[in-house]
Design a protein around this ligand. Structure first.
Ligand SMILES: [Zn+2]
Length: 341
């Protein structure tokens, strides 16, 4: 089969289109003919390489897959079914897994990262429990753009921050994959949504998606604008994934009793905390990583009913994965970039 692999870590140029053997499935696994695979920041981290993270080389990246079942060694999953893939892979038999918190499994991994080859290929193998059937009315490009970011944003807002109707929510980088998902999920649950964006075009797109107020973060101080827009109160929830560049502003944007949830540190991993503000304002700082299988199935109901819809900025053919990574790293797009296979 054709696949995009890298044999060493580095820039987009290490992504090579090669002929590789098709994966062989074992009992309980399913072979998916990939039709679309969406890009995520995790793909960039895997390609660049991280200290203390050993990715077996050569490696096929790609966590967000949609396609058709090509072969199945699992009951109830027939060849030809249209599917998308839950990207979190867990052991299925530990306390966390059996407690419905599979993203806390000690053996938790993400498809396309570490030991599991991903979806930048014509075929990918996945455990049967990771398959989600997709209705005919949903195209593969949007199905691939859904799982990872909507799962992440759902877990952050609904499970970690316990979003309630009427909450004020600040979503950083509203045009990012997690950002566009968080805006939609927060609106769906009756929140007032504030978003940030880095260009006039993205400000307009975030508004079009339904954000009530959008802050141009290169022109305005996020925390000052939030104070102005909320009559000095601040917001109940901040969805953080930018890291160092925004951390202190995100903390300063919180109202009393506010919750900051973070799932990433794109601009760097260090942040400071003013401890007096933490206790006096009764703030909660929450970490979040991916989400549970049950949460994805729940979020998918709204997707299939047309109430949530991933924003797809651009598609590229599989062979142009390097160009797709360059485009992603320039971060001018609003929404997801998807490879078509
Ligand atoms: Zn487990």
């Amino acid at each position: 089969m054709r696949a995009i692999r890298f044999h060493r870590h580095g820039g987009p140029e290490v992504l090579a289109c090669e002929d590789v053997p098709e994966p062989a499935i074992a009992a309980g696994e399913v072979l998916v003919r990939v039709r679309a695979c969406a890009l995520n920041h995790l793909d960039l981290w895997a390609r660049r390489g991280l200290e203390h993270v050993a990715i077996p080389l050569p490696h096929i990246p790609g966590s967000d897959v949609a396609g058709e079942v090509a072969a199945s060694a699992a009951e109830g999953i027939g060849v030809g079914r249209r599917v998308m893939v839950q990207p979190g892979i867990s052991c299925g038999c530990c306390t966390a897994c059996l407690g419905g918190r599979d993203n806390e499994c000690p053996r938790y991994e993400v498809l396309g990262y570490l030991n599991h080859d991903g979806g930048y290929a014509e075929f990918v193998k996945v455990p049967a429990q990771n398959v989600v059937f997709v209705p005919d009315g949903v195209d593969f490009v949007h199905a691939a753009a859904f799982p990872l970011t909507f799962l992440t944003a759902w877990h952050m807002l609904m499970t970690r921050a316990r979003l309630e109707r009427g909450d004020d929510v600040l979503v950083l980088a509203g045009g990012s994959g997690v950002g566009q998902a968080a805006i939609q999920i927060a609106l769906l649950h009756g929140a007032r949504v504030f978003a940030t964006a880095g260009s006039d075009e993205k400000v307009e797109q975030a508004r079009a998606l339904g954000a009530h107020e959008v802050i141009h973060h290169h022109r305005h101080d996020i925390a000052e604008e939030i104070k102005r827009l909320t009559n000095r109160r601040g917001v109940d929830i901040v969805i953080e994934h930018v890291g160092e560049a925004t951390w202190s502003k995100s903390v300063r944007s919180l109202a009393r009793g506010g919750r900051l949830v973070t799932c990433g540190a794109t601009t760097g991993p260090r942040g400071t905390l003013e401890l007096r503000a933490l206790f006096a304002k009764q703030l909660s700082i929450l970490g979040s990583y991916m989400g549970t299988k049950g949460e994805l199935l729940r979020a998918a109901r709204f997707f299939f009913a047309g109430q949530l819809r991933p924003v797809v900025a651009r598609t590229f053919p599989l062979a142009d994965a390097a160009a797709a990574h360059r485009c992603f790293e320039e971060s001018r797009q609003f929404g997801k970039i998807v490879l078509e296979v």
